[in-house]
Structure formats: C-alpha cells, structure tokens
Write a protein that binds this ligand. Sequence first.
Ligand SMILES: *[C@@H]1O[C@H](CO)[C@@H](O)[C@H](O)[C@H]1NC(C)=O
Ligand SMILES: *[C@@H]1O[C@H](CO)[C@@H](O)[C@H](O)[C@H]1NC(C)=O
Ligand SMILES: *[C@@H]1O[C@H](CO)[C@@H](O)[C@H](O)[C@H]1NC(C)=O
Ligand SMILES: *[C@@H]1O[C@H](CO)[C@@H](O)[C@H](O)[C@H]1NC(C)=O
Ligand SMILES: [Zn+2]
Length: 518
Amino acid sequence: MYGSPSATFAFFACSFLLFFNDYISIAKAEDKNTYLSKRRSLLQEEWKITTGGGVVLNADELKVNSILMKWKAAEMSEAAKPKGFFPPAYNFMTVKAKIEESDVFRFIKKMPKGAALHIHDTSMASPHWLIRNVTYRPDCYMCIDKTGQLLFRLTKSQPVSSQCKWDTVNQYRSRSGNSSLFDAYLYGNLTIFTDHPAKAYRSQYEVWHQFGSAFQAVEGLVFNTEIFGAYFEQALTELYADNVQYVETRALLGPVVDLNGAVQTKDWAVTVYNEVQHKFSKQHPAFFGAKSIYITQRSKDLVSMMSDVKEAIRLREKFPDSVVGFDLVGMEDQGPTLEYFLDALLYPSQNGIKLPYFFHAGETDWEGMSVDANILDALLLNTSRIGHGYAIMKHPHIRKLLRERDIAIEVNPISNQVLMLVDDLRNHPAAPLMAEGFPLVISSDDPAMWGSTGISHDFYEAFMGLGGAWANLATLKKLASDSIRYSATGQTEKAALYKLWQKAWDVFIKDMLRQHWP
Ligand SMILES: *[C@@H]1O[C@H](CO)[C@@H](O)[C@H](O)[C@H]1NC(C)=O
Ligand SMILES: *[C@@H]1O[C@H](CO)[C@@H](O)[C@H](O)[C@H]1NC(C)=O
Ligand SMILES: *[C@@H]1O[C@H](CO)[C@@H](O)[C@H](O)[C@H]1NC(C)=O
Ligand SMILES: *[C@@H]1O[C@H](CO)[C@@H](O)[C@H](O)[C@H]1NC(C)=O
Ligand SMILES: [Zn+2]
C-alpha cells in the first residue's frame, strides 16, 4: 500500500509536519538571536546618524565619557522614578538652582564649548553687574512712566519731562528705605525673571511684553558711552568664565549717547566692541574673540528696512573682520514677515553685493500662518544659519534643503521654553533634529533675561533634555566643534579657533581624568 495516494499523502504530511516542527524549534532559537542582533544593529544605525554618532573618542575621552555617563545615568534614572524630578521638563527659571547642583552640569560648565553663535548684545552680561556698577553712579537717573515702564539715563544734568519724573536711582533707592529690596525690584524690571512664571505670564504675548520692557530698561543703562564698552567686557568675562572661546553677537549697536546726550554713530559702537574684544583676547589667550551680526527691529516699514540693509552693507565693508552679517529681531508672530521686506532683503544680491544673513526664522507655534513661512524665505534668501528654526519639523521639504546646503539651526532651548513655545524640553523639535544629526548649534539667546550666564545651562538642557539618555561625550564634542564649523569666521581664523578650542579640550580631558578617574 506504499504506493497508494493516501499513503503518499500521509508520508508527505508527516514529513511536512516533522519539517515544520523542526523549523519552528530551530527558528525559535535562531529567531531570538537573529532578532537581537538585528535589534542591536538597528540601534547602532540610529546612534550613528545622531549628533555625535560619527565622532570617534580616543582612549582618554572614553574614560571621561564613562565618568560622565555614570553621572548622567544616575541623574536620569533618579529623575525617571515615580516621584523623580527632571529639570528639563520644567521652566528654567524654577529649576536653575537644581540644575546647578548636577554633576553633569558642573562637567558641562568646565567643558570648552567653542562658540556662542546666537546671543544678543544687550542681554549677555549679568543684570547684577548693571545694578552694582551702573545704577549706583551719581549720574544715573531713572523714571517710571504711566505704564509702569522703568526708564534709565546716564547724564550730566537732571533730565526734565512732563511725562515722567526723573530722579537719580540713588534717590529712589534711599527713599525706598531698603536698598536690597530696591535692587531686587530693579532686577525684576531688568529681566523677565520670576519664581512663578506660570502665574506671571499666561501667554506668549504677556511674556514678550515683559521681555520688551526689560530690554527697554537695560538699553537705557547700556547704550551710554560710559557703559557700553564695560558692559561688553563684562559679557566677555562671563562667557570666558563659562568656557566659551568665541562669540558672534546679534548687535543692535545703539544708538549710544554720551553724558551730554550726543548720539554716537554705529561705527563708534563697532570700534568699541573691537577694541574691547582685542584687549580681552590679548589678556586671555584662551579666548579667540568676538564678531557682530548687525540687527534691526522687524517692527518697521519697508523704507527704513532698506536703509538698515544699506547700513549693514556699509558697516560690513568698513569692518570686514568684525561685522559679519545682518538679521531682524523682535517677536516674529507680530511680524512683519521676511517676505514683506523682500525688496530690501533682495537689494544686496540684486546689486552684486554680498551681505550674509543670519535670520531669526520659525520662532513660532503658528503653523501655516504667514510668519511660519519665514523659514522658507530664509532659505531662499540664502541665510548662513537660522536663528531658532523652531517650526522646522513642520516643513520637511525645507528641512531637507537646509540639510543639503548644510545650513545650521541655532537652537536656544531655554529661550524657547521661557518664551513659552514649549514646556517640557523633551518635546522640543531639536530632539528629533539631534536624533537625525541635523546641523545645529546650541546657544543661549538672551541669558541675562532669565538669570542664566553663558551657554552652559542651554548645553545641559540639550544634553539631558534634547539628546536623550544616549547623548554622551561624543555628542557634546560634536556640538562644540560644530559651533566652530558653522561660525562666520574666515578659513584661516577658523583653523586657528579650532586649534585653540582643541587645546582647551585636551586640557579639560586631562583635568577630568586626574580629578575623577579612580
Ligand atoms: C564693577 O564693580 C566692581 C566692584 O563692584 C569693580 O571691581 C569692577 O572694576 C567694576 N567693573 C567695571 C568694568 O566698572
Ligand atoms: C531689607 O529687606 C530684606 C528682605 O525683606 C531684609 O532681610 C533686610 O533685613 C532689610 N534690610 C533693612 C536694612 O531693613
Ligand atoms: C517693575 O516696576 C514696576 C513699576 O514700578 C513695579 O510695579 C513692578 O513690581 C516691578 N517689577 C518687579 C518684578 O519688581
Ligand atoms: C541664493 O543662492 C543661489 C545659489 O547660489 C542663487 O542662485 C540665488 O540667486 C541666491 N539668492 C539670493 C536671494 O541671494
Ligand atoms: Zn535671538
């Protein structure tokens, strides 16, 4: 009966079942290993494309990395417990002190971070310095206008106005009866700092209102010939203490007045910045220097924008080593858009003139509104970098083109948080950008406005909040070296800056090993 069809069938069925059983049991063993190896290589592929994934650490750096990652893992696993506390998830102004207790933060603070590429010249130095070194001067006057706005002026003679009663700050202070309370009141008006941001600011407009008001107050103190250079020197001192090697400031350049009220030219302001940074670099050979990106307020008409563009061209031609480009500032959502200023912004290229742009663009939550297209216009106008680019994830095509052209985004995590674009920094768009290794640099925008100094707090947020648990020393090294790569320095300068940073980096690695390697 062997030849019968049913027997044949039985045989086949049986061998099939046997085969199938074998297949299942072999596949079971093999499958898990294969699966795990596939899983490992997928993780590796993902890591390779993240920011820093391509960086090869040397033996010393690997040791330092293990120290750093031990601290990081401890902090993150503690934070991930049910009653844990993760600072990047909370408004910076409420967790600053907590961040400063972190070993990871202390590590980052000491680390040479390269360049600060997005930082505004009137919010770089500590307001405490302004209070101590400027408001106690006998020629420093103040008034409070009808809206509650504090205005300051340094002048030889008492200002007179029917709108606002001017007195020396010292008179206000002594009338107040308590100078430390009075100085705290000044601090509150020179910044947006508050222990209760959620109560103080219920919308982006409310926080931007205070932001603008604080700038107006600060500028009354800084934009005076007596203070302008000293404030910049203080800013460089703070950046240097924060282990930053080089800075490109977004610079308003006044108008600066003297004690008689005479208005100085922008050329005067650039010259002072140059003198200060030369002197500072000479005194601190580990500091490379500073350059300016000339900025103007976006809240103006086309005609005045055209004259600002021409002014930027003139300044760049006159000071090619120190004025590197042009940008517009102010709350983007309030407009106008880059498109609105097209005639002015196309003027340089239409006339064969080179004026590099460094546009703030996409600092908005309003997808699809007119300002949301600023990223697109920045790209078309051949911007050198993009300030914030917060809206980038909503524009995948623009993102692709920016990446192809290697145009970096200047990410300012704390700024975006305190100005209320996002609450928990793990949800910041730069998290996916870092995951895909998009060109970016970390900066601090207006650190003095929210009680920060330098760029270390922002680096901490990027390292812990944006980069996730796997961001390591390679990530940090990449962020630091990319800040040099995307800087507006010339070729020779860039090489020299890179060398200077590398030297500081090597010293830092050796120091960390000496202090923390068992
Ligand atoms: C600021 O004040 C401190 C003392 O409060 C002083 O040591 C320092 O020289 C002053 N700096 C400038 C630039 O005026
Ligand atoms: C000023 O106010 C602070 C805070 O309330 C207080 O600690 C300090 O004792 C006061 N100083 C004087 C001189 O009253
Ligand atoms: C700023 O000044 C105004 C006007 O004097 C005052 O009402 C307000 O309390 C001050 N802000 C802070 C935070 O101290
Ligand atoms: C931007 O660069 C491209 C490529 O070099 C050039 O064709 C275009 O004219 C430039 N546009 C502007 C506005 O500068
Ligand atoms: Zn900015």
